[in-house]
Ligand binder design. Sequence first.
Ligand SMILES: Nc1ncnc2c1ncn2[C@@H]1O[C@H](COP(=O)(O)OP(=O)(O)OP(=O)(O)O)[C@@H](O)[C@H]1O
Ligand SMILES: [Mg+2]
Length: 236
Amino acid sequence: MTLLELEDVTAWYGPVQVLDAVSLTVPDNGAVGILGANGAGKTTTLRAISGAVRAGGRITFEGRDIRGMRPEQVAGLGIAHVPEGRGTLGQLTVRDNLRVGAYLRKDRRGVASDIDYCLDLFPQLKDRISSSGAALSGGEQQMLAVARAIMAKPTLLLLDEASLGLAPSTAKNVYEAIRRLRQDSGIAMLVVEQNANLAFSLVDSATVLEAGRNVLTGSSAELRGMDEIRRAYLGG
Ligand SMILES: Nc1ncnc2c1ncn2[C@@H]1O[C@H](COP(=O)(O)OP(=O)(O)OP(=O)(O)O)[C@@H](O)[C@H]1O
Ligand SMILES: [Mg+2]
């Protein structure tokens, strides 16, 4: 079944149109990638879904039209967004960042056990549980951003450039944890990633954006085999 569907989505920043026609489908429990050069509209696509930018076209989640909803409404439906640049709260401790992630939940016991799950998924955070977000390394902040999103118990995770600015080994660790999360929970994912090798290690299929439009869509295996993808995104 289809969880999220975008059909000919357009988006504007003020008078400037940056998405022209973006279409994609995320199935239940599926993981879909968005590839593309800088400025192609990857982040804006995620922001159109989460209600952070004015959008046209059709955006449906669990069969319901969500286009035009406010970000809090979209989050309340079960869509958690890990934004580019992480957006963790620097003044709060790691523990409080995780609690903030769960602010819409009432099941206190479930929240406590999900905090334990997050610390098991990202053991580095366990050692920093009482540190402020601002005192974490870039990799730890990225782990916290993902963990905070998990705390909302979402059905769909929007993940924007989780590897950005991280050492290759740290980026690999973060993606291994996200793969495990996917196996453990079946959370569906829409993953923006410049590092196509990391993206293909996680997603089943992907779409390539160019100037706010899809130019290629296929399974990870299909895309991996294409010369133009290899040249542009896989280093040869
Ligand atoms: N807040 C904004 N106001 C005006 N224009 C913006 C804004 N944010 C992005 N843009 C423009 O919209 C276009 C798409 O940007 P977007 O951030 O979606 O690209 P991206 O694919 O995520 O790129 P990157 O790989 O660099 O993160 C770009 O031309 C960008 O300059
Ligand atoms: Mg971006």
